[in-house]
Design a protein around this ligand. Structure first.
Ligand code: EPZ
Length: 427
């Protein structure tokens, strides 16, 4: 298993190209199931999760071909073609490896009138049920059967009818499955309290480009009028707002200045506001966003929330940065029940963090110290890398496969702005 080795203490300065968004790619790729035409996605990030999703789609009969990019460039071009489906079953060994596999449920049901998907099971950050995915599909006429750890969904007479559904809690994935199911239903679907994340907007924009009829895009009230069929298109994946926010925290924790090339300010208002409150300078230019720090960080009080609130996917990275703030910060994780796995590892780097249920108190310290630390989940791993960038001495982040799920060529991007960092393979 590979690890990432860092010698901390360098101020990071320069430009980081922001890759296509993982959480957009994972909902755009299954849209290929909705048409017999070819779907081409550009600016696709080179990530383990994207490759895993491609393998799952291959098992369903979707052919995928990828055009590489020249050395030093980012953003692959993938053409997906679901001429005819070979299977409508997403097996356990695929789904347990990547929860987002459940996003084939809606489009498969819409395309083939049936879908069998393994229940995802929990993951490091929480139980993560899919009850809302199933309830919203039932509201469109789907019949749902649970057996032997699998969900079998069927559309009576082979086609969903559409319907109204109000989400009791905001769910990104359930909103995405609902959208991909509703676009080919025989009637109108209205979603209330739908997720408004930029990745949802990206999905709606792709579906409309394929011929879908959707209104209310960007709002919590989505109206989808089903159509007889969708056609292929070529579509560019949006930039990754979480990757951009993570590297902004790298500027903050090292007292440096990083230009996030390709980042879109409107996708990350809450993150940028929090960075500014912490004392960073934010400048907008024609190629992206420049984030600069002067080494004096102010403490914050942050509570995670659905978009446009402060993203749960940014919590661990901000916690690492706030370990170096002058004073006490307060974090509240309202979305997932177990998203503080990074804390015990940060403590081993001399961080001072107290956890009380879903709340964390971060006591700023004068300095962090390097250590060998264990990654547990994607964003927790990034918080350990950030701590290592500022820590005195050497840090080794083990189980780096967690990082590879969501950060494209992280060590290359950080080296380019002055980090002393390398990937080490332990055989
Ligand atoms: C998406 O996960 C993202 N993943 C997550 O990013 C992100 O943290 C999350 O949205 C919230 O923004 C992808 O897009 C691939 P949810 P998702 O459904 O869709 C509960 C990362 O680091 N819930 O919005 O699974 C759930 O337990 C990953 O990139 C139900 O109760 O999140 C959670 O408490 C981590 N029943 C809350 O809703 C359901 O049927 C929000 O989950 C579905 C969800």
């Amino acid at each position: 298993m590979d690890s990432i080795w860092i010698r901390g203490g360098n101020k990071l300065n320069g430009e980081i190209p922001i890759s296509g968004a993982k959480n957009a790619a994972l909902t755009l790729m299954p849209c290929a199931l909705l048409t017999e035409d070819k779907l081409t996605l550009t600016n696709l990030p080179r990530l383990a999760d994207v490759d895993t999703f491609g393998h799952l789609l291959n098992q369903l009969g979707v052919s995928t071909s990828v055009a590489g990019v020249k050395k030093g460039e980012f953003g692959r071009r993938m053409t997906l073609h679901a001429g005819e489906l070979a299977s409508t079953v997403a097996p356990y060994d695929m789904v347990r490896r990547m929860r987002a596999s459940v996003l084939v449920l809606g489009p498969m049901l819409a395309r083939a009138g049936e879908a069998t998907v393994s229940l995802p099971g929990g993951c490091a950050i929480g139980d993560r049920p899919i009850d809302l995915h199933l309830k919203v599909l039932e509201s469109m006429g789907a019949e749902i059967e649970l057996a032997a750890g699998y969900v079998k969904a069927t559309a009576p007479k082979g086609r969903l009818s559409g319907g109204d559904y109000s989400f009791p809690v905001v769910s990104v994935g359930a909103t995405e499955n609902a959208l991909m199911a509703a676009v080919l239903a025989s009637g109108r679907t209205q979603l209330f309290n739908a997720a408004r994340e930029p990745e949802i907007v990206d999905l709606c924009n792709l579906l409309v480009a394929m011929g879908a009829k959707i209104s209310g895009i960007g709002s919590a009230h989505l109206i989808i009028d089903g159509v007889e069929g969708l056609h292929g298109t070529t579509y560019e994946v949006m930039p990754d707002r979480i990757e951009a926010g993570s590297y902004a925290c790298a500027a903050g924790i090292t007292g440096g200045s990083i230009s996030l090339i390709g980042a879109r300010p409107d996708d990350m208002c809450a993150t940028l506001n929090a960075l500014a409150q912490a004392g960073l300078m934010i400048e907008f230019h024609d190629r992206g966003i420049k984030v600069s720090a002067d080494g004096k960080l102010r403490p914050l009080a942050l509570s995670t929330a659905p978009f446009p609130g402060f993203a749960t996917d940014m919590q661990a990275q901000f916690m690492a940065m706030l370990c170096m703030a002058q004073g006490q910060s307060y974090l509240e994780e309202t979305i997932f029940e177990n998203r503080y796995m990074h804390v015990p590892e940060l403590r081993r780097m001399s961080a001072s963090v107290d956890i009380h249920g879903r709340s964390a108190i971060v006591h700023g310290v004068d300095g962090l110290t390097g250590a060998s630390v264990m990654a547990t989940d994607l964003r927790a791993s990034m918080s350990l890398v950030l701590a290592g960038l500022a820590a005195e001495g050497e840090t080794e982040v083990l189980r780096v496969y967690h990082l590879d799920r969501g950060y494209e060529r992280l060590e290359e991007k950080l080296s380019a702005v002055g980090a002393t960092i390398e990937r080490r393979s332990s055989g």
